[in-house]
Design a protein around this ligand. Sequence first.
Ligand SMILES: [Ca+2]
Ligand SMILES: [Ca+2]
Ligand SMILES: [Ca+2]
Length: 565
Amino acid sequence: MSSKQTYRVCFCFQRRFRIPPAEPPNGIRTLFGKYSENNLMAADRLQRFLVEVQKQDKATVADAETIITQNTPFIYHRKGFNLETFFRYLISASNSVLSPSRSASHDMNAPLSHYFIYTGHNSYLTGNQLSSDCSDVPIIQALERGVRVIELDIWPNSTKDDVNVLHGMTLTTPVELRTCLTSIKNHAFSASEYPVVVTLEDHLTTDLQAKVAEMIHQIFGDLLFTPDKDCLEEFPSPESLKRRVMISTKPPKEYLKGDKSKAKENGSQEKDSEAWGGEVPSSADDDSDDDDSDGDEDLQGDHVAPEYRSLIAIHAGKGKGGLDDWLKVDPNKVRRLSLSEPEVEKAAKTHGPEIVRFTQRNMLRVYPKGIRVNSSNYNPLTGWMHGAQMVAFNMQGYGRSLWLMQGMFRGNGGCGYIKKPQLLLKGGDELFDPRIELPITLYMGEGWYYDFKHTHFDAYSPPDFYARIGIAGVPADSVMKKTKQVEDSWNPAWNEEFEFGLTVPELALLRVEVHEYDMSEKDDFAGQTCLPVSELSKGIRSVPLYSQKGDIYQSVKLLMCIEVL
Ligand SMILES: [Ca+2]
Ligand SMILES: [Ca+2]
Ligand SMILES: [Ca+2]
């Protein structure tokens, strides 16, 4: 890369900026001094560094030799690291903050109800909730990201002899159910072997239900998990359901009852989110206007095609009455309850312990309120804090809430299932773990120069990056802090320390965003990441950043030090 970069300013003069390669921060120089001799960090010293700073207790001298060989470009330099190669190693992908062995590390033998499951809402929509096309493409994309619960709204086609997938009572263009199911079958296990649940929001007649049952058997065949009994007494484990597909639905009470439009076109839409999607609210800002009819009605045996009913592995049903009845735990059967995001917010205030108890055996699904017509999302922590397994998100939406969702499911090898913390699985009288301190040093960042056009951030000068860093978790732990901004630099060196106190580290996500400061307009987006605190590797680590949609940048990386006291 050239060491100078020229920006044209007016017609009359140019400003020139030097683009130096990123330099090792002082903290890294000090460590290199400590673990080197005559400016060389040989394998035995690197091994000590791995054990003492990186907390890799089992690292051997042979491991250190391998690291040096793999991270030193010239053969005759392989006696050890110099400062430059040591720094390049630390910020490389091979020293990533999430362990490179991307397989499930949680116990996968507990019932499904003991896991948070990566869950989509209206998985077939390509854009907004009112007029976007329905397609199997977003379903395939979701499965390839590890999403394990796919939701399909199924309706009769115009000639009433086949089944379409669409968002009912809206202008969304339908896609055939067969197409969606075939794509689910073909892509279900490309990102994870653990089970895929297809939740059907069903608006069919009995004869079409029979047709769907036949179609499902034909397409999925042996992949399909159907329970022996009408209702399960306990959910099986993800391990026992590897490479299986499960159907979850409730048959409709009455065929096409009512003609209520699902989504209002007028009314209180949220403020249009900017690039960041707005800050994640700590609680529902507004619980009126909820006219989403995603909810469950009673399971009615009489009108149901029997071959359809026998397909249902996870029965959905709310029951009569109010919250007290909905949250009743039946020792002889398990089921799935669906509540809207405002319903859960409200219930959390009055029935917190009851929801936690319910979700120890049963499934709770939370779905976005109806006014989220632009496919935005909500704070998933409220559901997770109360043990809700299926916090259903519009995966095609964007913004901070979705980053939290993607961040949570980077855990456990990205397999789409996260074991719930013990405090949500025990009796409920447990005290939270004592507070832990999480000190984090943010040294610097690099890579924007390679991944963006040089005028992308500022037309007339290099960018002015600052970072926001913080925690999303239970309300007591949630906080965002900010670095100073480093003016006109592609390789910002912040060298700032932060400390976070965590009361429930099991539910905490580390959030990082990089912004580009602009005096006269809105700051630019420059990357984000979100990572489960419990899975962060300790010590000095390379942290890759992602785009607004959650795609990883090729070169943009931060260098951080993560300690747990
Ligand atoms: Ca700018
Ligand atoms: Ca600038
Ligand atoms: Ca700027």
